[in-house]
Ligand binder design. Structure first.
Ligand code: GAP
Length: 478
């Protein structure tokens, strides 16, 4: 599996992801998506929306504001429960999550070696004096404060004055907008249970120990679904909420597989009872074998019961029940919530797509090539048009071919350097097809289409090029 260093360097070099405000030294755990990264992430969000909203009869979408009424966060429990225990170093002022401080390597000035400085692996004692860590793991000098609860929501002020009455928060999840809009959506779309509301958008968390690139950042994008079911119904002999919970787990797992994540890098993990969020009856995570950890959460699928609708009903005073016409009863639906992260999905797709193999050179020898085997629907650039050289007869012909292809797919034009190097550049960013214009093109009105994965080349008449690419790029879903 590719190392994080290699991937982060590729992401920067090839315009996928940059450190935010890099010229000022960077903003802690915020990232900017570059020209190829923005294509990749929007393709992920687009196929997610297409598959889970547009292609399903039981789903609709919304796009809500990031700033919501502050009472939303009281009702949801975020003001009270969305906290991490943290400790501060009294000396260097660094802040750590109390439950993660023992998992860090620690700095030690060892009295048995005249105060020499050592970095000791997490949880281990000093090999010279047998001391264990008690001080700040980073500076090795300061005492740590007792743990305090730290709320992860970003506070801000609504309106022109900074006063308590104007305090609000940047949303820490997209989910709550689906609950507060439950009645609006239900009435405007005349929906019947079971149905779901989806949203993809930004969320903000002032994470104490963010890190690992785009895996955990302070500003990120979520793709969430709140799927409302009648808990009194039975489906295939089981309570409807339990049946739908398992259905969503299977559907979400299949979705990640469909777009390229390998089975051996995916697993399901059931939350233990003491780990469940305050609203959850049962939660199962889809985890991915990220390079920096054994397994990391990609998506959580929770049974949130009727917690949220009841909590918002209580604080807003609005009736948030569902009227079941057939049975002539009102009740609060239960909610199954598949909650995925667009940035973590982007990272997982990049990791799984990264591979190194060998390709023939012009001299007939073999050389290493890096290739992103991204699913065609996710690849940032779908086609690259390459004249064999910058010869004055080839360039205008290649530009004409580029003009034919560009309106249909994200297409690159590249005439800089040897053709082999240009293939390598496109392979490295996952472009599925390269179209080469050579001297024969001027006679036979045909181009060579090269497949990224097999490196096979086919001669295709220019008049048939769009059909050829359409079949491969827009054909029946994979
Ligand atoms: N509404 C439920 C909810 O927000 P969550 O498990 O806290 O649940 C859902 O978040 C998903 O959002 C996670 O599985 C992860 O993919 C993504 N996510 C959460 N915190 C993140 C962070 N700090 N950086 C990047 N992605 C994050």
């Amino acid at each position: 599996m590719v190392s994080m260093d290699t991937l982060v360097s590729l992401c920067k070099r090839r315009g996928f992801v940059f450190q935010s405000s890099e010229i000022y030294g960077g903003t802690g755990s915020c990232w900017d998506y570059g020209p190829l990264g923005v294509e990749l992430k929007s393709n992920i969000k687009r196929v997610w929306w297409r598959d889970f909203v547009q292609r399903r009869p039981d789903m609709v979408g919304i796009d809500a504001s990031i700033l919501m009424h502050p009472t939303v966060w009281k009702a949801s429990g975020h003001l009270e429960n969305f906290t991490d225990p943290m400790v501060d170093c009294r000396e260097c002022k660094l802040r750590f999550r109390a439950d993660q401080v023992d998992a860090l390597p620690w700095t030690h000035f060892c009295p048995a070696t005249k105060g020499n400085k050592f970095t000791i692996p997490p949880g281990e004692p000093c090999g010279h004096c047998a001391a264990r860590r008690t001080l700040c793991p980073d500076c090795g000098k300061g005492e740590l404060t007792p743990p305090r609860q730290f709320n992860l929501m970003f506070k801000t002020f609504m309106g022109p004055v900074e006063e308590d009455a104007g305090v609000t928060y940047l949303r820490p999840e997209t989910a709550q907008a689906m609950f507060v809009n439950f009645e609006n959506v239900l009435q405007s779309m005349r929906l019947k249970l079971p149905f779901g509301i989806a949203q993809a958008g930004r969320s903000f968390r002032n994470e104490i120990t963010p890190g690992n690139f785009i895996f955990r950042s302070r500003e990120f994008e979520q793709m969430e679904i709140e799927y409302f079911v009648n808990p009194h119904d039975r489906v295939e002999g089981r309570p409807a909420d339990e049946y739908w919970h398992d259905r969503w787990i299977a559907d979400c797992l299949a979705w990640f597989r469909r777009y390229g994540l390998r089975d051996e890098n995916l697993r399901l993990r059931e939350h233990d009872r003491d780990e469940l969020s305050h609203y959850s009856k049962r939660t199962v995570d889809i985890e991915y074998a990220f390079p920096f950890t054994d397994w990391g959460e990609l998506e959580g699928i929770a049974n949130r019961t009727d917690f949220d609708l009841k909590a918002h009903e209580k604080l807003s005073g609005q009736d948030l029940t569902y009227y079941d016409q057939e049975r002539d009863v009102r009740y609060h639906p239960y909610v199954i919530e598949p909650a995925a992260g667009a940035d973590r999905a982007t990272l997982a797709f990049l990791v799984d797509a990264y591979s190194v193999d060998e390709a023939p050179t012009a001299k007939g020898t073999m050389e290493k090539r890096t290739v992103l085997r991204l699913h065609r629907d996710l690849a940032p650039t779908k086609v690259a048009v390459l004249p064999l050289s910058r010869h004055e007869d080839l360039v205008p012909e290649a530009k004409r071919v580029f003009d034919v292809v560009k309106p249909h797919w994200m297409t690159d034009y590249d005439d800089a350097g040897a053709i082999g190097r240009r293939y390598r550049r496109q392979d490295e960013v996952g472009t599925p097809y390269c179209v080469t214009v050579d001297f024969d093109t001027l006679q036979d009105r045909a181009v060579t289409v090269r497949d990224r994965d097999s490196m096979a080349q086919e001669r295709i008449e220019i008049v048939k090029l769009l059909d050829h690419l359409r079949e491969r790029l827009d054909g029946a879903p994979a």
